[in-house]
Design a binder for this molecule. Structure first.
Ligand SMILES: Cc1cc2nc3c(=O)[nH]c(=O)nc-3n(C[C@H](O)[C@H](O)[C@H](O)COP(=O)(O)OP(=O)(O)OC[C@H]3O[C@@H](n4cnc5c(N)ncnc54)[C@H](O)[C@@H]3O)c2cc1C
Length: 403
């Protein structure tokens, strides 16, 4: 019995093989070659690439695979959702951008008013509005409830002051969903509120953070007397912590992660075989093959875990320990795979080991070894972003043992 059979009830009315074929044909025909080449060669993707693909999928009705039909989603079952991610990864199509579809969209569906749902959800599905997450602050990362950015209600507006940090894609986003402190009374969690802040509001300054990989991914966001209407608050004043927890459980369960890891393993295997063709089966290449087999076995384990987690999420029975265990496992596995790729690529890349700025004509952009080194550097953040590995272990222990 394979992983899919063990966790899902096959629907007799769906021909999964025909569905898979439909996905393959659509993605091969409609995903532009230049985009697939960027994904294949591990280049950094930005809004332009993500939204180009999302709009293509939207025209086909496939831009929100995990959403219900009445919200513009596909209504697909578990197998269909997994097949979509699998074919997309195998054919080097971009992953779906997660901040709208995977994070704030489900929160608005669950906690938002009908007016908020009508205003925000369609633009997530069609990819016309872009989101970022303003949770972390200097001094409030793992201990998120210590956040200090304040919002004071004045009439029918909140006035926000403070600083967010590590805000991924803020420089490309239209709206930031953010946690702010609206009260200092009682438990720290009770004074937190979730607000939606359009990033063109006066008083916002976005500054890039320069990271080791030299990709512009994260930012600091400064908020100085920023005014947003009360209608941009999700849930109750002081009800932000419930929204944050709902979102974090989903953030840790990303259906795209495992198929992407499996695709990276294929690429590393190709690289090892290429080296063996060039150099013969040296002891170090033998050792690399051994590391690859172990990583492949771990990835199969991750796939089993993902499928059962999606199944539970669809039934409303997902436990936080499972999504945290999956996040922990996949973060560490992605670092193992990128370390293996780095060990193979770095000696060839050594003269230019420190990432160089792109050349004017972009000629260097497709240098696969250079991109593997960038990916290795970028993936150091995998065990930090979205909650550190230590924090995931705490969540698992609390959920399983009540610790
Ligand atoms: C690439 C990247 C992208 C990010 N994108 C976003 C984003 O879009 N939006 C956003 O809001 N944030 C984002 N973050 C921030 C991220 O969520 C935080 O960095 C993370 O939660 C850790 O917080 P911190 O950096 O303040 O470290 P700290 O919380 O200060 O942790 C420092 C160290 O102490 C350990 N530690 C802390 N508490 C405990 C504990 N209770 N038990 C055991 N060990 C503990 C941690 O594991 C870590 O090793 C991003 C971070 C990175 C690196």
């Amino acid at each position: 019995m394979n992983a899919i059979e063990s966790v899902s009830q096959d629907r007799a009315d769906i021909d999964y093989e025909a569905f898979r074929q439909e996905l393959v044909e659509f993605m091969q025909t409609h995903c532009p070659g230049a985009l697939r080449e960027k994904v294949r060669s591990n280049q950094k993707l930005g809004r332009a690439e993500f939204s180009q693909w999302q709009q293509i999928l939207h025209r086909r009705g496939w831009s929100a695979p995990g959403w219900p039909v009445e919200r513009g989603g596909t209504g697909w079952d578990l197998q269909q959702r997994y097949l979509f991610e699998q074919v997309s990864a195998e054919l080097d199509c971009p992953p779906l951008y997660h901040h709208g579809l995977g994070h704030i969209g489900p929160v608005i569906m669950h906690f938002g008013t009908p007016e908020q749902q009508a205003r925000f959800l369609p633009r997530i599905v069609d990819g016309s509005e872009w989101w970022c997450q303003g949770y972390s602050e200097p001094g409030a990362g793992s201990d998120l409830a210590s956040l200090r950015t304040s919002a004071v209600l004045q009439g029918d507006e909140y006035v926000i002051n403070g600083q967010k940090t590590w805000t991924s894609h803020a420089h490309e986003a239209d709206i930031m969903y953010t946690l702010v402190r609206t009260s200092n009374e009682g438990r720290k969690q009770a004074g937190i509120t979730l607000l939606l802040v359009p990033l063109n509001t006066p008083g916002i300054e976005i500054r890039p953070i320069h990271t080791i990989d030299q990709w512009h991914h994260v930012n600091e966001v400064f908020l100085n007397d920023v005014r947003v209407p009360v209608s941009h608050r999700i849930g109750e004043d002081g009800g932000g912590w419930a929204c944050a927890k709902f979102l974090l459980d989903r953030e840790r369960l990303s259906p795209a992660t495992v198929p992407r890891l499996l695709r990276q393993l294929e690429q590393v295997e190709d690289l090892i075989r290429e080296r063996i063709r060039q150099q013969g089966a040296t002891p170090s290449l033998h050792a690399a093959m051994g590391r690859l087999f172990l990583a492949q076995a771990s990835a199969q384990g991750a796939k089993e875990m993902l499928l059962s987690a999606i199944h539970e999420e669809m039934n409303g029975t997902l436990r936080s320990s499972k999504s945290s265990a999956l996040k922990l496992h996949c973060s560490e596995l992605s670092q193992q795979i990128s370390s293996l790729a780095y060990d193979l690529a770095a000696p060839h890349y050594a003269p230019r080991l420190l990432p160089q700025p792109p050349t004017a004509d972009g000629s260097d952009e497709l240098d696969i070894e250079r991109q593997l080194v960038h990916t290795y550097l970028f993936y150091r953040s995998r065990t930090i972003a979205g909650g550190t590995s230590e924090v995931q272990k705490n969540v698992i222990a609390r959920d399983l043992f009540g610790a």
